[in-house]
Design a protein around this ligand. Structure first.
Ligand code: DAT
Ligand code: MG
Length: 140
């Protein structure tokens, strides 16, 4: 498997609790490199576009509210099999079901406020990275 990139967000519950360094330590310990990183305040429009696939879900409004409720850190992660590797490191969407040692098991407070986002496929990773980064923002 060649080097691959995935898109990550440290969500507002992580920035609010000053956990960005702690989460990054787990990411780096797993062998993923943070090759792009920026702290931003997501606009409502950005959040709605980013999560458009969920717009018919009952939690969509809550999700957009949460993602715009505080700063987030958007990241590009690089490594062997990075998409699947990061999903494994993140743990299950619902932290109550996340495996020991995963980011969500260690840090997430609820299914809605679950600390991190990670792309679910290589194709989506490309689309998501392009929403927030240009090539000039990434240094591998
Ligand atoms: P993931 O973030 O693990 O890829 P997802 O794509 O199914 O999960 O959902 C995107 C986000 O939406 C998730 O991180 C938190 C929120 N969400 C999902 N299911 C939810 C639910 N049942 N109640 C509240 N928020 C939910
Ligand atoms: Mg998802």
């Amino acid at each position: 498997m060649a080097l691959e990139r995935t898109f990550s967000i440290l969500k507002p519950d992580a920035t609010r609790r000053n956990l960005t360094g702690a989460v990054n330590a787990v990411i780096e310990a797993a062998g993923l490199r943070i090759v792009g990183q920026r702290r931003i305040r997501m606009t409502r429009e950005q959040a709605e576009t980013f999560y458009a696939v969920h717009k018919e879900r009952p939690f969509f409004g809550e999700l957009v509210e949460f993602m715009t409720s505080g700063p987030v850190v958007v990241q590009v992660l690089e490594g062997e099999n990075a998409v699947a590797k990061y999903r494994e490191v993140m743990g299950a969407t619902n932290p109550a079901q996340a495996a020991e040692g995963t980011i969500r098991k260690q840090f997430a407070e609820s299914v809605g406020e679950n600390t991190v986002h990670g792309s679910d496929s290589a194709d989506n990773a490309k689309i998501e990275i392009a929403q927030f980064f240009t090539d000039a923002d990434i240094a591998a």
